[in-house]
Write a protein that binds this ligand. Structure first.
Ligand code: 6PG
Length: 467
């Protein structure tokens, strides 16, 4: 058989789906999976189950897998992020030749990707950190792809990545070269941060509605929202989830309220701290998942609190809809601001409009608003510079206030909405109490402060102990 154009290492759910997607597009492809760990039959089963694809070859021997590939070799690693990636890279290095390209398609940390990039460049090998979004279905039918690394390597992999990716409304691939180093994985990390907050907002909406309405009624409300500018993939799946029954009962009602996570949300928050950016909504969504995991403590404390009879006011749906619209804009704003700051800090020269474009299809945060964002970032640096969006935020103030007030009356945790509103209040307030913080810092630590309407390079210190 002729050599394969492309190789995939790791036949987990995503690796399998991407391999089939690639095979379906007509590329000759070799796949590899380790043996041991109960995985001895993974390759043979996969090849047997998909024997209609004659362009698919399976290997359990890494050297034979590498030899089966045409040069420059293009190898996509689809295994769990972390040390396992380093171990595969270590095994691959002696088998590869100058100019070969390794692509990491998992959710690796962007700083790990940058380090691996440098290591492989010293060995004259290319390394591409490629964010891939869309879950199992996206991987099979067309994901959104965010490749970052040296631009020279992109031209070798562009034909295959662009062919297997989702397509936007103009039939352009939802895949574009993001930038150097770990920028592809950085952008994917922020995608996930936005995803976390989008999911949490919907969870908080559900929390506000579920005491006064049944799942079908909530689904009906959300279905209406989904016919408006609020339409999104996550809203769509939430509507499905709400209505799904298992025998007599709703599946949702049986699911334990402890949310898991694999780390990209908390990485986004840590990164925001490192870069001096604000992503309060992503962070509050991460904390909401953490709080949910303290189930035993919550059970005990809720019993001790013993206020179950609290009578709940019925949420005003129109206000909640506007509050949701408001909070989503702030979430996207914080996410894109974070990308912008990283781009400046690392000199990545990222194109926000293009990033929004490749997120219009295939990925988890695709939505009508993402479509709009493509144009917003063609003209502006931030959402707040767009007059129409700014006006909409101003007009939504009453609704978000009403929803927050109701969350207090009804004792519904509504943190991510609050984060959105607090951010908006601070950003639209000329004088914050940070003058007091500066005075306190100077008082106990002589950290100095600046003076209003003075030169910004001038710092002052007061001897606060003088009377
Ligand atoms: C995607 C998703 C995906 C992510 C899952 C799970 O874009 O397809 O972001 O990459 O791994 O959503 O993430 P958590 O387990 O952290 O929720």
């Amino acid at each position: 058989m002729s050599k394969s154009f492309f190789g995939v290492i790791g036949l987990g759910v995503m690796g399998k789906s991407l391999s089939l997607n690639i095979a379906e597009k007509g590329f000759n492809i070799s796949v590899f999976n380790r043996t041991g760990f109960g995985e001895d039959k993974v390759v043979s089963d996969f090849i047997n189950e998909n024997n209609s694809f004659k362009n698919l070859s399976g290997f359990t021997d890494l050297e034979k897998f590498v030899t089966s590939l045409e040069t420059p070799r293009k190898i996509l690693i689809m295994i769990k992020a972390g040390n396992a990636i380093d171990s595969v890279i270590e095994q691959l290095i002696p088998l590869l030749s100058e100019g070969d390209i390794i692509i990491d398609g998992g959710n690796s940390h962007y700083l790990d990707t940058a380090k691996r990039n440098t290591l492989l460049a010293s060995k004259k090998l290319h390394y591409v950190g490629c964010g891939i979004s869309g879950g199992e279905e996206g991987a099979r039918k067309g994901p959104s792809m965010m490749p970052g690394g040296h631009f020279d390597s992109y031209k070798y992999i562009a034909p295959i990545l662009e062919s297997i990716s989702a397509k936007d409304k103009n039939n352009k691939p939802c895949c574009a070269y993001i930038g150097p180093e770990g920028s592809g994985h950085f952008v994917k990390m922020i995608h996930n941060g936005i995803e976390y907050a989008e999911m949490q907002l919907l969870a908080e909406v559900y929390a506000m509605l579920k005491d006064s309405r049944n799942n079908y009624e909530i689904a009906e409300i959300l279905s209406h929202w989904n016919t408006t500018d609020l339409s999104s993939y996550l809203l769509e799946i939430t509507i499905d989830i709400l209505q799904k029954k298992d025998g007599e009962g709703f599946i949702l009602d049986k699911i334990l309220d402890k949310a898991g996570n694999k780390g990209t949300g908390s990485w986004s928050s840590k990164t925001a701290f490192d870069l001096g950016a604000v992503n309060s909504m992503m962070s509050s969504s991460v904390f909401a998942r953490y709080i949910s995991s303290f189930k035993d403590e919550r059970i005990a404390l809720s019993r001790a609190f013993n206020k179950k009879t609290i009578s709940k006011e019925i949420a005003h749906v129109m206000a909640l809809e506007n509050a949701y619209r408001f909070a989503r804009i702030i979430n996207h704003h914080q996410g894109f601001q974070l990308i912008k700051l990283a781009s400046i800090e690392y000199h990545w020269n990222l194109n926000l409009s293009e990033i929004a474009r490749i997120w219009t299809n295939g990925c988890i945060i695709r939505s009508d608003f993402m479509e709009k964002s493509v144009d917003v970032f063609k003209q502006h640096d931030t959402y707040f510079d767009d007059k129409q969006i700014f006006e909409l935020l101003k007009l939504s103030e009453e609704s978000i206030k009403e929803s927050i007030a109701l969350s207090l009356t009804n004792r519904v945790a509504f943190d991510t909405f609050w984060s959105a509103y607090n951010y908006w209040i601070s950003m639209t307030t000329e004088n914050l109490p940070a003058n007091l913080i500066q005075a306190q810092r100077d008082y106990f630590g002589a950290h100095t402060y600046q003076i209003k309407n003075d030169s910004l390079s001038q710092y002052y210190h007061t001897n606060w102990f003088d009377i």
